[in-house]
Design a protein. Structure first.
Length: 344
């Protein structure tokens, strides 16, 4: 059974109405919409087909239907339209952009706070990846024959430590010499720039150590950073406003899951490098979030994606409005971080 244009129009109307009212949608409600010009019986038959196809569900206490996760997925992929921001929303976000918040942690906290305040949901902001940090020191520590520990210290602390293979004839003195060269030459250089500069500038000096240099650069670029698993969170208690969590025990479980930041970090990390992405209900992978959706946005410094922000709320959230807010905020955060880096 195909989703013909009429079924698609009816499904979209049901999703829009349910997002607006929170009440199961019956055929009578849609038949009163002058744009349909369909009888209640015709709409009822189409709704039955949509239910058979898995796009609608019928709560046992109501004759109306509600959208399924499958319906929301189709909606955000093909039907959703972004909503215009109100003057008040723009005013709040513009004030945030013009504020003189100092320091990365403060910027992240304020970003999460504004996102939560505007959407009335729970906001999450991942700290920028450590590629934005500056190199302070690199040390190659000899281990067993043919291996060395790479320790990189940045302005954010000990950013990474990894084991790499080294030529068996490379002793402690040479490893220490290379450590000093890199630490002195690239001190205070942004990690995003260090790798390219090392390949260009040290290739001649280490021409007989090409594989080692390549492995060292790759290790510095791909190992997890000091900001890993660090997120700013705001509005966790907003989750308690969802009818699905009116049960006190379930609400406690939800709050515990939200405040477990490692779990939230993984959710943001799994969003991928897309400008905007959605994970709906069961797609979140945990039963406690089965009535929730997570909408995420990637923020950038220049053209480089450095982190993710997101809003978690009920599956019946107004996706078009949330996307508009996230898009505005991700661009704003990118500009703020760029200015911070220039001030540094």
């Amino acid at each position: 059974m195909d989703l013909n244009p009429r079924k698609l129009r009816i499904l979209r109307a049901i999703v829009d109405e349910y997002i607006l009212s929170g009440a199961p949608v019956g055929s009578k409600v849609l038949s009163q919409n002058p744009s349909f010009k369909l009888s209640s019986a015709t709409i009822r038959n189409e709704m039955a087909d949509l239910e058979d196809l898995g796009y609608l569900e019928q709560p046992h206490t109501s004759a109306g239907r509600i959208p399924s996760d499958k319906a929301y997925r189709l909606y955000v992929n093909n039907m959703m339209q972004r909503s215009n921001l109100t003057e008040d929303e723009i005013k709040v976000m513009s004030a945030y952009c013009q504020s003189k918040v100092k320091g990365l942690d403060a910027v992240m906290r304020e970003t999460a706070s504004v996102l939560s305040r505007i959407t009335h949901y729970t906001a999450l902001v991942m700290m920028p990846e450590s590629s934005t940090n500056r190199l302070r020191h690199l040390q190659l520590v000899p281990l067993a024959e043919g291996y060395a520990l790479v320790v990189v210290v940045t302005d954010a602390g000990v950013a990474r430590d990894s084991v790499i293979r080294v030529p068996v004839e490379m002793g402690a003195d040479e490893l220490d010499r290379i450590s000093r060269i890199i630490s002195q030459r690239y001190y205070n250089c942004r990690m995003i720039e260090v790798g390219d500069r090392m390949m260009k500038e040290l290739g001649g000096e280490l021409q007989d150590r090409g594989t080692f240099l390549t492995d060292l650069v790759e290790t510095m670029e791909t190992a997890p950073g000091a900001n890993a698993h660090r997120i700013a969170l705001s509005g966790a208690n907003n989750m308690l406003d969802f009818p699905a969590y009116s049960d006190i025990d379930r609400a406690r479980q939800l709050l515990a899951a939200v405040e477990k930041k490692d779990s939230m970090y993984q959710m943001l990390k799994n969003a991928g490098p897309f400008e905007i992405s959605f994970r709906i209900g069961s797609e979140l992978g945990e039963d406690i979030f089965s009535d929730c959706s997570l909408v995420t946005a990637t923020y950038r410094i220049g053209n480089m994606p450095v982190g993710t922000m997101g809003v978690i709320g009920p599956t019946r959230m107004p996706y078009g409005k949330v996307v508009s807010v996230l898009d505005y905020m991700r661009k704003s955060l990118g500009s703020i971080l760029t200015n911070l880096l220039e001030e540094d």
